[in-house]
Design a protein around this ligand. Structure first.
Ligand SMILES: Cc1cc2nc3c(=O)[nH]c(=O)nc-3n(C[C@H](O)[C@H](O)[C@H](O)COP(=O)(O)OP(=O)(O)OC[C@H]3O[C@@H](n4cnc5c(N)ncnc54)[C@H](O)[C@@H]3O)c2cc1C
Length: 317
């Protein structure tokens, strides 16, 4: 019997939605290992978040302190290693968010454990072999971690958000002895936006190089996003040209999204872009080139000049 430990992510004193998707994976893992699901909540003043997490799992380890006031991977990784010992977990999982990608490999190194990143699910009806994408999502590999302790980051778009458990769990404080830090937090540049966050949005409107320049990008995409209550995304070509900041990039080296509706405007559909949005429920593409690869995965395709089609769409909306 081996327990499963989920690393919760806290944002504005609450549990981040992506964590709920990792709980779904953790529960399935626990049925396979025959253990219980524990969680670790790390931060400063995280009582509320720890109580919230206890609605989902049997035992919550709350690691609270000044050292965790900023999400420094060096400190958080030590807290995770401490929680592994407290929970006697053989499998540790966390959503593959920016923070998860930062902190989990460090924890794996501290625990001298193997890790699988961006896991999509289990490969077989039993056992712990897992599926993960390689080669920009064109190939799905089956991997097995052979170390005693195993770490897994899970792709949030592949799992439903977990519902609270029938019975709430308990919260206990956990003290972790930290080594002297070698990194320090300098500043946090917060992006303030009225729009939903790209990875949580129900609708994403994404623009590509077909929009010609930064001015047209903002002039056409922003009103469209606001009309639909959507988040704005972009191809790497747009980000590399400096039209929008790189936290809007969708794709292999950007964010992975799976909204109910994804509208690609002037995006060719290169495999590296598609890797970040192909799980969207409905894909709409507007492109003047009927041969553009984006049409191969689009549910609705409009072969048209976007400078005419987008204003017309706005008018109809
Ligand atoms: C290792 C690696 C990682 C990468 N990671 C990513 C990633 O994460 N995300 C990503 O997006 N890319 C990524 N790329 C880049 C990717 O290969 C493409 O170069 C990029 O996605 C192209 O962006 P685009 O579709 O906006 O531009 P283009 O390929 O130039 O396409 C522009 C499209 O706009 C259409 N168009 C032009 N004018 C109009 C008009 N008036 N009306 C309608 N349509 C019009 C054209 O027909 C064309 O299809 C990566 C590449 C590499 C090598």
């Amino acid at each position: 019997m081996s327990n499963v430990l989920i690393v919760a992510e806290v944002q504005n004193q609450t549990i981040k939605p992506a964590t709920l998707t990792a709980i779904t994976f953790a529960r399935e893992a626990a049925t396979r290992t025959g253990g219980q699901v524990h969680a670790v909540v790390i931060g400063q003043g995280i009582d509320g978040a720890a109580q919230e997490m206890a609605k989902y799992v049997a035992t919550v380890h709350a690691v609270d302190g000044d050292a965790y006031g900023h999400p420094l991977a060096e400190m958080y990784a030590q807290a995770i290693a401490g929680a592994q010992k407290a929970s006697n977990a053989a499998l540790i999982c966390m959503a593959a968010t920016a923070h998860g990608k930062d902190v989990l490999p460090r924890a794996a190194a501290l625990l001298e454990a193997g890790m699988a990143s961006d896991v999509l699910g289990f490969a077989e009806a039993s056992g712990l072999a897992m599926r993960r994408p390689i080669q920009a999502g064109n190939v799905i590999a089956t991997v097995e971690i052979t170390s005693t302790i195993k770490l897994v980051s899970t792709r949030p778009t592949e799992f439903e958000a977990a519902a609270p458990a029938a019975q709430a769990g308990t919260v206990g404080a956990l003290n972790v002895t930290l080594t002297a830090p070698k990194t320090r937090h300098v500043k946090f540049d917060k992006v303030t936006s009225e729009r939903p966050e790209l990875t949580d949005a129900r609708v994403v409107v994404s623009g590509g190089r077909g929009l010609k320049d930064a001015e047209s990008f903002h002039k056409l995409m922003e009103p469209l996003a606001d009309k639909l209550g959507a988040a704005i995304g972009a191809s790497r070509a747009v980000v590399d040209s400096g039209w929008v900041p790189n936290d809007l990039q969708v794709g292999q080296t950007g964010k992975v999204v799976a909204p109910e509706l994804y509208i690609a405007v002037g995006i060719s559909g290169a495999i590296q872009h598609v890797a970040g949005m192909k799980s969207s429920k409905a894909i709409v593409a507007i492109n003047k080139d009927a041969e553009a690869p984006i049409f191969q995965i689009a549910d609705y395709g409009l072969v048209a000049d976007l400078f005419k089609a987008v204003p017309e769409l706005m008018e109809k909306l």
